[in-house]
Design a protein. Structure first.
Length: 312
């Protein structure tokens, strides 16, 4: 880790050093190798693994559910277990007051949460890449279709990214109950907001075509930004008593996002639900913007008390 180039950023390097030593990465990484071998043996013995889906596409959860034991294991570990390890990431910064020191440096709030996300998701991707030899074995025995496997791979990576963002956002709340409730709210909003555009686009097109995948990309980006915005909104040095806490605003966006996305899907005939998804993503990105003074405003003079000789 001593030879990492400076372009990776201080926050990314810090989080990478810490997370590579965590049991939340080491044990799932080792365990998934054992589970992958057992899943392959189960597929070969039962003759499963061959999937001829009518709607092969990214984020097709029905396809993922019918994909067999191997992909169930991959999704469970890379898409659920490892991302949920992020439920502890923001707590250590907020409870110990480290976020105040970070924000007093050149790091802004997006870089703080972005560094945590890239590290957590990067470890999930690393674990997923370690499973590629098993995919090659399945291919050599004729147990897979290339298009289906590509769609499943991208689905795991997309769901893993969204779950990582949601876990980081939920980890910014104090207490296990608050974090669990926030995570369940995020998952519920993701399912209720992401499913209608995808189902509608596949139904009206009778396939997972261009509009379906535009909706899939927009759904991933939307809830990724909403999750990170939730964590970002908690990194505040000062919140005045008369201001609405920014985290309440982001929680409200999670509650209303399915309604906005559903209306956009209905108004576009089921094709362009991504309009609502992109709109909510932009709201999440620009919400709780850090106020900045114009460049022409001069800083106030330092309030330094005069020396004793000057007051005598």
């Amino acid at each position: 880790m001593d030879d990492l180039p400076d372009r990776f950023g201080a926050m990314f390097v810090k989080e990478l050093r810490q997370n590579m030593r965590r049991g939340s990465f080491v044990y799932p990484f080792l365990g998934i190798q054992v589970l992958a071998v057992l899943a392959l043996l189960a597929e070969f013995q039962n003759g499963s693994g061959r999937s001829f889906e009518k709607y092969p596409g990214v984020l097709n959860l029905a396809m993922l559910g019918n994909s067999g034991p191997f992909w169930w294991v991959v999704m469970l570990v890379c898409g659920v277990v490892m991302p949920l390890g992020g439920l502890v990431l923001m707590g250590q910064e907020l409870e110990e007051g480290n976020h105040e020191l970070l924000l007093l440096t050149k790091l802004n709030r997006w870089r703080v949460v972005g560094g945590k996300f890239l590290t957590l998701w990067g470890l999930c991707v690393l674990t997923f890449v370690s499973l590629l030899p098993y995919v090659i074995v399945r291919y050599n025995v004729g147990a897979i279709e290339v298009i289906n496997e590509l769609a499943l791979s991208l689905s795991v990576l997309a769901l893993s990214a969204v779950m990582c963002a949601g876990a980081i956002g939920a980890s910014s709340f104090k207490g296990l109950l608050a974090r669990t409730t926030t995570m369940l709210l995020f998952i519920g909003s993701m399912l209720l907001g992401g499913a209608p555009p995808l189902v509608a686009a596949a139904a009206v097109s009778s396939k997972c075509g261009v509009f379906y995948h535009l909706n899939a990309i927009a759904a991933t980006a939307c809830y990724l930004l909403l999750g990170l915005s939730l964590a970002r909104s908690r990194l505040r040095l000062v919140v005045h008593a008369y201001e609405v806490k920014p985290s309440f605003m982001v929680v409200g966006m999670l509650l209303f996002a399915p309604f906005v996305i559903g209306m956009a899907t209905a108004m576009t005939g089921g094709y362009a639900g991504f309009v609502g998804l992109v709109g909510m993503a932009l709201v999440g990105f620009f919400a709780d913007a850090t106020p900045k003074a114009p460049a022409w405003v001069k800083p106030p003079p330092p309030n330094i008390p005069p020396p004793p000789e000057a007051t005598a």
